[in-house]
Ligand binder design. Sequence first.
Ligand code: GLN
Length: 281
Amino acid sequence: MNNSVYENTIRKLSSGGIESPRLEARLLIADILKTSADNVGISTQLSQNLEKILEEHIAQRIAGKPLDKIIGRKGFYKFEFEVSQDVLSPRPETEILVEEALKIIKENKFRKVADFGLGSGCILLSLLKEIEDLQGMGIDASKKALKIAQKNAQGLGVEDKCIFLLKSWFDEDFFQALGENFDMIVSNPPYIKTDDIKTLDIGVQKYDPLLALDGGIDGLKDYLQIAKTAPSVLKKGGYILLEVGLGQALDVQKIFEEHGLAHISTLKDYAGIDRVVILRK
Ligand code: GLN
């Protein structure tokens, strides 16, 4: 008797160097059958057509495409977000920013938050889902990213609490377009040095959008521009929470201090790297 689809998939993923072949086999098959991963096992059967699709997905996975970009979904914080090659896949270290933002919003009874560089929406939409009377503005320079974020907002049922704005902070009319003051600004801007992009994992380099990664020659160009624009749309006493790249925390802190903000704290990620810089106006 032939091995089951499930066992064959595990074997292929495993010999292709995938670290968790069992879990990924279940997730890949479940995605194709539109069922949940715990329904998949040795008795699972696929039609010939679906088996062909599975073969393609296995080949993509072994060639380095991230699992979430294949199945189009990624878990982040407490929720699941639709993703595509038009948005940066949510990363676990960004959950630290979300947890800290929630604390600060609750303590200060904040009402309005803007996300500079919304992407999938994982930061802002998690905040809106968790806090009943919070209002959000999600800003992104990519129309395709905003579409994904809008779908995610609908999925979480928070679309009525969020305004979506297609704009770049490098646009001259950026301030006017925002047109209001916020209690908090959150951002995970592009922060990889242009020259370092070619050294990133293939899954990031090829499948995350360059717009969300490339922070210019020193990786700091977006922080500089955000520091020029964000303080003027932040209320007095309002907070800015920024995700930063390896070794950037002090530089980013200084950039924002030069624009009149006070450094409150810097939080480390699970790997012990300074990852979130918190400032107040
Ligand atoms: N954290 C991402 C990475 O390490 C980069 C995200 C960003 O530039 N904001 O690949």
